[in-house]
Design a protein. Structure first.
Length: 426
């Protein structure tokens, strides 16, 4: 029996879905425990490609069950679009997808308020995906405004709650942002219909997961976004609205921390970031553009170009500490194949001082200068390698240096998007 967490060790977009898809072969249940449809997890399986925003990536394996836990904020429209795509490609979710009744729902007014806020803030905006995630979590914490999956089955309370929420949000839209308000009636009708469709999937997922663990089943938790977007530990305020770190798996799914046996941090072989906020190793010139084009670094959810930079070992040490990483999975190594030189940030200097640890204050981070170590590239394809020994010598040196600087062993290396393009390290 194993209970493993796979999560992002950078700013998201690390290739977690590929790692989850690979590890699902040795799992019985795959769980999403936080975030919402702002995450885009891309899976390539043979000739098929899927981009998941809510359903765990393990769903493409026909003999696995998947869970959407209470820590997720779920847009039911986005969920059923994914369900329809899966079914159109011959993948049934019947009796394989379970949703917690405590999962909060993203509502149309959440998206409208978030869009209005980002438009008003302009250059000072956080740079969200405009999927209503932050406002939904805000209503969740507000307690009186949040609407959960279980509320959809209360024919009296749900409509009244929606009408009151719409009234409050319309005051904000009209008086703060100068925009037209929303009509509650079509929202109530749409979400009543969503409730009817969701009913077969709803179960007490905390009970289900603990029963599976007690029965000796292997459970895999799939994180979304990345460590540096964690609401408590990330580059606040340029973060998401949930706990993306390992502790979020427990609170977001209803299991105890003593159940966890392994935490794998997914690390892109370089660094990317979407949205605003400081990024010490960002490459704003030709090299950053080159990495972006080779890696096709554009958001799976929004299509926005990702900011690209060299690998930052300060970030990796931080991720190892706050998550208690037992291993790391290095992805997209093949993107660096053509480069003559590869650089890796070993530490920062800030205001004349050496910094080994990631700072808590984004103002300090913005003043940090990366100190690089230069390594020779390998100028050879890694995509056919299936064992560590088959990698070019300089690629192995680069990976060894990542292990040394992060103080965490490498458990897996991905050299392409397909499942088979994976090296498992003993």
């Amino acid at each position: 029996m194993s209970v493993r967490i796979v999560l992002g060790a950078q700013w998201g977009d690390e290739g977690k879905a590929k790692v989850v898809d690979y590890m699902t072969a040795d799992s019985d249940v795959v769980v999403r425990f936080q975030g919402g449809a702002n995450a885009g997890h891309t899976i390539k399986a043979g000739d098929l490609e899927f981009v998941f925003h809510l359903i765990p990536a393990g769903i493409v394996h026909p003999d696995k069950t998947c869970v959407i836990g209470n820590g997720v904020v779920m847009d039911p429209e986005a969920l059923f679009l994914e369900v329809e795509e899966l079914e159109s490609k011959g993948i049934s979710i019947q009796d394989r997808l379970f949703v917690s009744p405590n999962t909060h729902l993203v509502m149309p007014y959440h998206k409208r308020v978030e869009q209005a806020s980002e438009e008003r803030d302009g250059a000072d905006a956080i740079g969200t995906t405009l999927r209503g995630i932050g406002p939904c979590y805000q209503d969740k914490v507000n307690r009186s405004s949040g609407i959960r999956v279980g509320d959809l089955f209360d024919a009296d309370a749900m409509p009244a709650k929606v009408r009151e929420n719409v009234r409050q949000k319309n005051e904000i839209l009209e008086n703060v942002y100068g925009q037209d308000g929303l009509d509650a009636t079509p929202i109530i009708e749409a979400y009543t219909a969503f409730g009817e469709r969701l009913a077969p999937f709803v179960t007490d997922t905390s009970v289900y997961l603990n029963d599976m663990i007690d029965a000796g089943k292997d459970v895999l938790f799939e994180g979304s976004q990345g460590t540096l977007l964690d609401i408590d530990h990330g580059t606040y305020p340029f973060v998401t609205s949930s706990n993306t770190t390992a502790g979020g798996a427990c609170t977001g799914a209803g299991i105890g921390p003593t159940r966890i046996s392994e935490v794998i941090g997914v690390v892109k072989a370089y660094t990317t970031r979407v949205g605003n906020g400081p990024f010490p190793t960002e490459l704003t010139g030709a090299m950053g553009d080159r990495i972006r084009e080779i890696g096709h670094e554009y958001g799976a959810t929004t299509g926005r170009p990702r900011r690209c930079g060299w690998l930052d070992a300060v970030i990796l040490r931080f991720a190892a500490r706050v998550n208690g990483l037992s291993g790391i999975a290095v992805t997209r190594l093949d993107i660096l194949d053509p480069l003559d030189e590869i650089r890796i940030c070993t530490h920062y200097t800030c205001r004349g001082k050496r910094m080994e640890h990631f700072p808590n204050d984004v103002k300090v981070l913005a003043d940090c200068e990366p100190v690089y170590e230069s390594m020779a590239g390998w100028r050879a394809s890694t995509s056919d390698a299936r064992r560590w020994e088959e990698l070019p010598e300089n690629a192995r040196r680069y990976l060894d240096r990542i292990q040394e600087l992060s103080r965490t062993p490498i458990a897996m290396v991905s050299v392409g998007p397909d499942r088979k393009e994976t090296i498992v390290v003993d």
